[in-house]
Design a binder for this molecule. Structure first.
Ligand code: ATP
Length: 257
């Protein structure tokens, strides 16, 4: 997908407009849903408040995420429409670096969309994509409709799952299945952010390359050191630091007026 809209490089909101345009194109080619566009708006608002940069608690969570992925026996990365439209190459790179399986995981599942998301990943270099068609034959207990379908070789049997931009019900259901859940979510107050074991409050555009770098850097660490990183991580405290960061930034901005 190439961005068609001519966005002047010196436009103050150029980066954000570029991301929007990628999503609009993703919607036109069936990868992104209309509600995916709305969900992005919610994320953007939080990004504005955070300052559109990776903050220290996000980096701390990123290192914990890398440790969890590296110590997992079966790590799986879930890919929805927004993820496939925004970071296709980056998510494939992360899956290779860990290595982890990639699985199409859609809230609004249709055969056409599954294929559109799979094809976007294959164009980005993925060799194998789970969760398409009859392969998504297992069910997440307690969820109804098409959004409970998962691949028995992927999310269903994974011990660690990275579910960027996930909805709260599914995150809770995955936790109940005993999985360690990592999420990327700009809203520190969403049910997903609050329920996951490791919450990276950052834009997926920045977060995915950061996780890949952390995985690359921490690969050389032994299992004991990686477990130590996980032991020292507390998601409640980290979300609390995120909210304090937000509060302090808003206070500074308010006092600057
Ligand atoms: P929940 O059910 O977890 O309370 P929700 O109903 O707000 O959450 P959804 O619309 O299901 O959430 O999921 C989208 C989530 O992804 C939102 O919390 C939104 O802030 C976040 N989000 C959207 N775009 C991005 C992005 N580019 N990077 C990171 N997070 C994003």
């Amino acid at each position: 997908m190439g961005v068609r809209l001519k966005i002047p490089k010196n436009h103050v909101r150029a980066a954000s407009l570029y991301i929007r345009e990628k999503l609009v194109e993703g919607e036109e080619c069936g990868v992104v849903t209309k509600s995916g566009l709305i969900a992005h708006g919610r994320g953007e608002a939080f990004d504005y408040l955070i300052g559109e940069e990776t903050i220290a608690p996000a980096l701390f969570a990123t290192r914990a995420a890398a440790a969890a992925l590296l110590t997992a026996s079966h790590p799986v990365i879930s890919v929805n429409g927004n993820t496939a439209a925004l970071v296709p190459k980056e998510i494939v790179k992360l899956s290779e670096e860990v290595p982890a399986d990639l699985e199409v995981n859609l809230f609004y599942r249709s055969r056409k969309r599954e294929i559109a998301v799979r094809d976007a990943l294959i164009r980005a270099g993925a060799k194998r994509v789970l969760g398409v068609g009859r392969c998504a034959s297992a069910r997440i207990p307690e969820l109804f409709s098409e959004r409970r379908r998962v691949d028995p070789r992927g999310i269903y049997s994974a011990d660690v799952v990275l579910v960027p931009l996930e909805d709260g019900d599914r995150t809770m259901a995955l936790k109940k299945m005993g999985k360690l859940v990592i999420t990327i979510d700009l809203n520190p107050l969403s049910r997903t952010a609050q329920t996951a074991d490791i919450t990276i409050v950052d834009n997926i555009i920045r977060a995915v390359p950061n996780i890949t770098s952390a995985v690359r850097e921490m690969k050389g660490l032994g299992r004991a050191s990686l477990n130590e990183v996980l032991r020292n991580y507390n998601n409640r405290l980290n979300i609390s630091s995120t909210l304090i960061h937000l509060r302090d930034r808003l206070t500074r901005l308010a006092e600057d007026v």
